[in-house]
Design a protein around this ligand. Sequence first.
Ligand code: GTP
Ligand code: MG
Length: 195
Amino acid sequence: MKIVSAEFMTGAVSSRQYPEPEWSELAFVGRSNVGKSSLINSLLNRKKLVKTSQTPGKTQEINFFKVNGDFIFADLPGYGFAKVPPAVQKRWKKMIEEYLLNRETLLAVVFIIDMRRNPSPLDLDLKNWLEACDVDYILVGTKADKLSQTELKKQGRKLNDAYFEGEEGELLIYSSKNGRGRKELWSVITALMEK
Ligand SMILES: Nc1nc2c(ncn2[C@@H]2O[C@H](COP(=O)(O)OP(=O)(O)OP(=O)(O)O)[C@@H](O)[C@H]2O)c(=O)[nH]1
Ligand SMILES: [Mg+2]
């Protein structure tokens, strides 16, 4: 996909603040600090369109970006960061669920996990929840640049087993640092958009 334009639209904490439902939308979801905002920047070839941070819990609202004047990327706050007070965690969870359940223009979720981490209960909960609610998702394992080829193979197998055992589906390996998987992810996204 050639990126002609990418711009920030608005941030929202409740559905009243979402942009008008006029364009197809993809949402980027995953644990706090997993690399959601970096992945959006990498897909859009922008270094700083979306703020990234080494401090988990940076993205605290849903941020909407218009791409090529034609569709929307929504960057969701990360879940599961232990240092966020329980009340805030609860509010975020509500915010994410409200969005995923009600956003009528949502095409699919880009569900991001860390290639280096073993399958976590929180992530598997999200997977089951997405499936129960009938939300389509693409599972992406990011930060692949931090592993050797051998380790990647092993982790890839482990994660695929945990997430897709006996089912259709495959983890897409990604790195926002070196662009690995970018082409593959775009082709999955464009196929979804043309459906
Ligand atoms: N090496 C490497 N580092 C990455 C990659 N993706 C993200 N990072 C780093 O991971 C940290 C977190 O990245 P963010 O993109 O801010 O993560 P996030 O999921 O948006 O975080 P929250 O908004 O806090 O939930 C930053 O220090 C990034 O530079 C990657 O593919 N490779
Ligand atoms: Mg972020």
